[in-house]
Every structure is written in C-alpha cells, then in structure tokens.
Design a binder for this molecule. Structure first.
Ligand code: NI
Ligand code: MN
Length: 256
C-alpha cells in the first residue's frame, strides 16, 4: 500500500498535536509531593526540583525531629523577613546552594549576607523558572529582617508548575486583592489560619471564597501560645463551609 507523503506528514503532525494536548492533561493526575515542616515551612517537589518555603525549623520546638541539614532545596521562597519565616534561611541556603526567590529588598539584604544570586521580584511580577512560573502577589502584613533591616513589603506566591496552580499566601490578613486570584484555577491554597499575627480561621474560610479554591493546607498555627488552635474545631468549620482542609503533622508528606 502506498501512503502519500502528505498523509504521513499529516499523521505525524497529528501525533505531535495529540501529545501536546495530552501531556498537560495527564500531569493533572500526577500528584505533586509536599512536606510540612511546621509554621509556614513547606517543601514542594515539582519537575525534579525541590522548592522550600519560609524555613523556620531549628527555633521551632514543634519541629525538633526535623534534621535541617537533610534539606537540600533547589529554591527557597521567602514571603517576608520575619524570623519565623527566615530563621534557617542562611544556613539552608549555604548548605544547598539554593536560589532564593524573594522581594527585591530581601534579595539586597541577602547580598549583604554573602548570598549573591538571590532572585529579587516585586508584587504583581511573575518569572518563568526552570520548574515553572512564580508570580509574587500581595500580602497584608509587615516585614523586617531579623537584624532589623528593612524587608520591603510582605508577599505571597502563586506557583504554576506541572499543570497545577498552588497559592502560598505567606503571612496575610484577608484582603480583597485575593479576589484577583479567583480565575487562576488554584488547585491548592496554603493559608495562614492561626489568628493574632495573620488571618484566623473565619477569614481564611472567606479567603477560600475570594480565591475560588476548596483545597487548603493550614499553616502559621500552634508554634506560639497566641496562635494555638483547636484542630478539631477548625476542621469542623472548614467542613461546614464545604472546604477540604489538611492539617499535616510536622514531617508529614502529602500529595497535592
Ligand atoms: Ni510575619
Ligand atoms: Mn509569621
């Protein structure tokens, strides 16, 4: 049988088209691995890279069983300068050579600490890294470095990788700006729920409506007496609101 050259070309371009169409679809079924390290510290493994958020481990008594030297991230994302988000930043960066993704002022501060290749961004800006895209978004909070230096504005991150969208809110109040994320198709939101320093449970539930996302991992609770929560009560509130809340144990691994 003779197949015309035209037919073969049509068929191979059809295959390429189908592959381009199917791969992003299939990626939706491949879970992303995340590990909780306490307070607002998480790692996410995606596209063969490990992203670590807001490292605060050695000063967190609840995270005593985590060996900070075992963490070798490729990237460290820092939402703001407060100690409960940066206490282990320099040590882990030195240990791993990770690139730090943070607001411009923290990148400058890191430069003064001898970390030369931090990737400074600012609110509203996105950048395509080798694992996916990161967009820096608004957070309503404050920010200064542990040594008192100016830390710029606090921030959150939206991560687009492996066909998934993850929102890491950082330390923030409930804000109408979250409504800007409603059409981003966020798969999972990492939201502070501890109250006092950030939004509490009721506002976090409202935030889920603003960002149009039902899957939540709670963070920024229990590390200090003023942000202690009653896990059962919190779970109940989220369930009543029709939301899927995860409160992983410190060191626990979840699939997103
Ligand atoms: Ni803070
Ligand atoms: Mn904090």
């Amino acid at each position: 049988m003779q197949v015309s050259r035209h037919g073969v070309e049509d068929f191979s371009s059809y295959l390429v088209e189908m592959t381009n169409y199917l791969i992003p679809l299939l990626k939706n079924f491949i879970p992303m691995k995340t590990t909780y390290y306490g307070q607002s510290c998480f790692s996410i493994e995606t596209e063969g890279k490990t992203l670590l958020f807001d490292p605060f481990i050695t000063h967190n008594p609840l995270a005593k069983h985590i060996d900070v030297n075992s963490l070798k991230p490729d990237y460290i994302l820092v939402s703001h300068g407060h100690g409960d988000h940066t206490a282990d930043l320099l040590a882990i960066q030195k240990n791993s050579g990770a690139k730090v993704i943070c607001i411009a002022e923290i990148a400058t501060w890191l430069g003064n600490q001898g970390v030369q290749d931090a990737h400074g961004m600012n609110i509203g800006g996105g950048f395509n890294f080798d694992f996916g895209r990161v967009k820096m978004v608004n957070a309503i909070h404050s920010s200064s470095m542990p040594d008192g230096s100016y830390g710029g504005n606090p921030a959150g991150f939206v991560i687009y990788a492996e066909g998934k969208v993850i929102y890491f809110a950082g330390d923030t109040a409930l804000t109408y700006d979250m409504k800007l994320l409603a059409d981003e198709n966020i798969d999972w939101a990492l939201l502070p729920i501890g109250d006092n320093y950030t939004m509490g449970v009721d506002d976090a539930i409202k935030a889920c409506d603003f960002i149009n996302c039902k899957n939540v991992i709670g963070m920024h609770y229990d590390s200090f007496p003023v942000i202690k929560i009653d896990k059962e009560e919190v779970m109940e509130k989220f369930v009543k609101a029709g939301l899927n809340l995860k409160l992983p144990a410190i060191g626990e691994r979840l699939l997103l």
